[in-house]
Write a protein that binds this ligand. Structure first.
Ligand code: SF4
Length: 333
């Protein structure tokens, strides 16, 4: 059961792949999560639990529990009491989740939540603690997520990139949390547009941010994909890019799944929370001199100190130098 954010769904794929070695894996997830996993070869069946809309309330809960009946074991990747109760109501006799989860009282088995591990590794530990413990975060394929864009996703990207010949850098300027959105993407794009096309990845909510980037670059060198591709289409677009530059948000996890090196810009959060990029060659950028950082697990709505120095002080030159070194390493590889 994984009904968290898109990035969490991506980071659950190593666990799903591991469990599929032992038997059929059904996944209960959100509507966006279902679009990501529909083509995943390790998923036997998908059950959509739209907990905030169509399945809100007790009727939706009971319908979802009825649908999901039949599984013997449930892995509670999202830790709410609602998820745990859903597994119980669906008749799962074994319910396995983290010691720190709100819903832990509904579990039959609790696994330590390792603060010092990447979240993909933590999730893997729910199904195979020895494998997770033996894995190395920087190199181990066992904790690398995987996604599988469909032929339609590939065709949509083919169309978007028709006649493009230059190498491409992908930028993902959005985040659900305002304070995690680095404001320097436009200047960064301008620095690379003489050699690379600039692809902008994101959903319909990122159109304004994409417009600001596009203003800084010749129109012919911008590929604005915001709102034009499915999630797996965005993953495919990122796969074809030299590098992705992203905030601490879901596109970096799409890149991890597609093997594209990522430069992730961390503001109020830090990679040590366990949500950094996993593709080989990836780097992170953050203002390590600030005592106030990190100030929130997800990123606050507004900077509680008012200055937002964790993002405002990260310059486009600093990020560009890191991006350039990633590109140089990729070219050598
Ligand atoms: S308090 Fe510090 S870490 Fe938090 S948003 Fe403000 S500048 Fe960033």
């Amino acid at each position: 059961m994984q009904t968290s954010f898109i990035g969490d769904v991506v980071l659950t794929t190593p666990l799903i792949a591991r469990l599929a070695q032992d038997g059929e894996v059904d996944v209960v997830t959100t509507p966006p999560g279902a679009t990501l996993l529909a083509s995943h070869p390790a998923v036997a069946r998908l059950f959509v639990y739209d907990k905030r809309r169509a399945d809100r309330g007790i009727a939706g809960f009971l319908r979802s529990a009825r649908e999901a009946r039949g599984a013997r074991r449930a892995f509670l990747c999202q830790g709410s009491a609602r998820s745990g109760s859903l597994a119980f109501a669906a008749g799962c006799r074994e319910r396995i989740g983290f010691t720190t989860s709100d819903g832990r009282w509904t579990y039959t088995e609790r696994v330590e939540y390792r603060d010092d591990w990447h979240h993909a590794r933590r999730l893997l530990s729910l199904g195979d603690l020895p494998l997770a413990a033996a894995s190395s975060e920087s190199t181990d394929a066992a904790i690398r997520p995987r996604l599988y864009p469909t032929d339609d996703d590939v065709r949509a990207v083919d169309q978007l990139l028709e006649h493009r010949k230059r190498p491409m850098i992908a930028l993902a300027p959005g985040s659900a949390w305002q304070t995690k959105q680095w404001p320097g993407y436009g200047e960064l794009a301008a620095l690379f547009a003489d050699r690379c096309d600039i692809a902008i990845a994101g959903g319909p909510g990122d159109l304004a941010a994409a417009g600001e980037i596009a203003q800084r670059v010749d129109r012919e060198h911008v590929i604005d994909a915001t709102g034009k591709l499915s999630l797996l289409g965005s993953a495919e677009l990122i796969r074809r890019s030299l590098v992705l530059v992203s905030n601490d948000s879901s596109p970096q996890h799409l890149a991890s799944a597609m093997g594209t090196p990522t430069v992730t810009i961390f503001g109020p959060t830090v990679p040590e929370f366990g949500f950094g990029p996993l593709a080989p060659g990836s780097r992170t950028v953050g203002n390590r001199s600030l005592d106030c950082r990190p100030c929130d697990r997800h990123g606050p709505r507004v900077c509680p100190l008012g200055h937002w120095r964790c993002m405002n002080e990260i310059t486009h030159d600093e990020v560009a130098a890191v991006v350039q070194s990633v590109i140089s390493e990729e070219t050598v590889r």
